[in-house]
Design a binder for this molecule. Structure first.
Ligand code: HEM
Length: 436
């Protein structure tokens, strides 16, 4: 994907002061600013209020932040996910060059338009349907219980300080997904590293050194997956990878190249955001103790609370779209070929949609499930049921077994802009034994 360069000691270019084409007020969008990673919401608020369709010179595109505009864009079938439709600029040219070097990357469903997108998506959809995902409940519960058992063994049953992200939330989704796929258990740590590389590659802003490291990681990941695919072709069994290798609709199958591209996509799509939901959701509850108490008292609220935690601080900060013809967004006329960065995270805090308490967690918010964290339209998240299942079981374990939760240090938000997530969450708690 396209990238602006970040110098080794900080941003090589400052973001614009930003005069919006649509508005009178001048506000900036500066994802490289101090504090942005820890809290981008102040900048989003400024943009929503003063320049909701903001021209960003840094990103060479338009940053869209209001709920109504983001929702409409995601559902607009005339806008494309394919960068080839963009009017050339230095960033899109760089991205197209990278895609030429890594042609597989452009075969991901995420960057395709219909009808190719619909064909590939339907070939991979079946294992992600609610009924199929529900069948994983017991396996996921066992894995999560074991993860908390391990924490208790390491830290004891008294007051303990743990990094909830590093020691629990981050390893979990990749282990669960590798088990679903039928990957050898001992290779999970390699996948964790590779998934990080892929997540970083999605960001438009990264240094040359980071890009080279991530590209090497991605090459290794492809080589490894290729071996596994060959293995499943020769010896299929009842795991997800065998199902994808042999998936067939009307005589059509995923080609070898398409399959590899979707596997990398699934690791990326499935890992980082799910880990982020568990980490950021726990942090949000610690910071709003009355809401944590409310949820502990009324566990029937859990599913709704998960929607609310996704709304409040979900991982997806931007999805990119390209106009294929002149398009009006909000009150702004955009030409065909315009690159748009639509922000589900900002939309989910828009008081025009959510009211004056948009910046607070309300575990019983009645319309929380209307959030845009899983996207909308034809590209809406394929793995939302899997993500919800994992999060439901993980939060059940946190509520049942991590008592007296408190923050024990400063949360570390890393430096990703598109899929934002905690890289460390130091907490203090008492780790209980399993509930009988
Ligand atoms: C909390 C966790 C998750 C969040 C917030 C999330 C969010 C999203 C969003 C916003 C999109 C739309 C991207 C776009 O419109 O360009 C998306 C697409 C996708 N997600 Fe998720 N996701 C999550 C977990 C998962 C999981 C667990 C999987 C599967 C293992 C998954 C698989 C996918 C796939 C394959 C797509 C592409 C769909 C398409 O382009 O048609 N996601 N996700």
């Amino acid at each position: 994907m396209a990238r602006a360069e970040r110098g080794p000691n900080g941003p090589a270019r400052r973001a614009e002061s930003g005069i919006g084409m649509s508005g009178t007020a001048a506000v900036g969008f500066d994802p490289l600013a101090e504090g942005f990673a820890a809290s981008p919401y102040e900048q989003y608020e400024q943009l929503r209020d003063h320049d909701p369709v903001h021209r960003s010179e840094l990103l060479q595109g338009w940053v869209v932040t209001r709920f109504e505009d983001v929702g409409r864009l995601l559902r607009d079938t005339s806008v494309s996910s394919d960068i080839h439709h963009a009017t050339p600029n230095p960033l899109t040219i760089m991205e197209l060059e990278l895609l030429t070097e890594q042609p597989r990357a452009s075969r991901t469903v995420v960057l395709m338009d219909d009808p190719d997108h619909a064909r590939i998506r339907s070939l991979m959809a079946e294992p992600f349907r609610p009924r199929e995902i529900e069948q994983l409940r017991e396996r996921v519960t066992t894995r999560i219980d074991r993860a908390i058992d391990r924490l208790r063994e390491q830290h004891g049953g008294g007051r303990a300080e743990i990094d909830l992200v590093g020691e629990f939330a981050y390893p979990l989704p990749v282990e669960i997904f590798s088990e679903m796929l039928g990957m050898p258990e001992e290779d999970s740590p390699r996948f964790r590293y590779w998934a990080q590389c892929v997540a970083r590659m999605v960001d438009p802003i990264m240094s040359t050194a980071e890009r080279e490291e991530c590209t090497r990681g991605l090459d290794d990941m492809y080589a490894y997956l290729e071996e596994q695919v060959d293995r499943k072709r020769a010896h299929p069994n009842d795991d997800l990878l065998s199902a994808l290798v042999h998936a067939e609709i009307d005589g059509e199958r995923l080609s070898h190249e398409d399959l590899l591209a979707q596997l990398v996509t699934l690791y990326l799509a499935g890992h980082e955001p799910t880990a982020s939901l568990i980490g950021a959701g726990t942090l949000a509850l610690i910071r709003e103790p009355d809401q944590l108490a409310h949820l502990r008292q009324d566990r029937d609220l859990l599913r709704n609370a998960l929607s609310e935690l996704l709304r409040f601080d979900g991982p997806n900060h931007f999805v990119r779209r390209i106009t294929t013809r002149p398009t009006v967004v909000g009150n702004t006329d955009l030409p065909g070929g315009a690159v748009i960065y639509a922000s589900p995270a900002s939309a989910n805090r828009d008081p025009r949609r959510w009211g004056d308490d948009a910046d607070h967690v309300r575990v019983d918010r009645s319309d929380a499930s209307q959030h845009l964290q899983f996207g909308a339209g034809v590209h809406a998240c394929l793995g939302s049921h899997l993500a919800r299942l994992q999060a439901e079981i993980a939060f059940t374990a946190i509520l049942d077994r991590l008592a007296h939760l408190e923050l024990a240090g400063t949360p570390d938000w890393g430096n990703r802009m598109f899929i934002r997530g905690l890289t460390a969450l130091p907490i203090a708690c008492s780790i209980r034994d399993r509930v009988a």
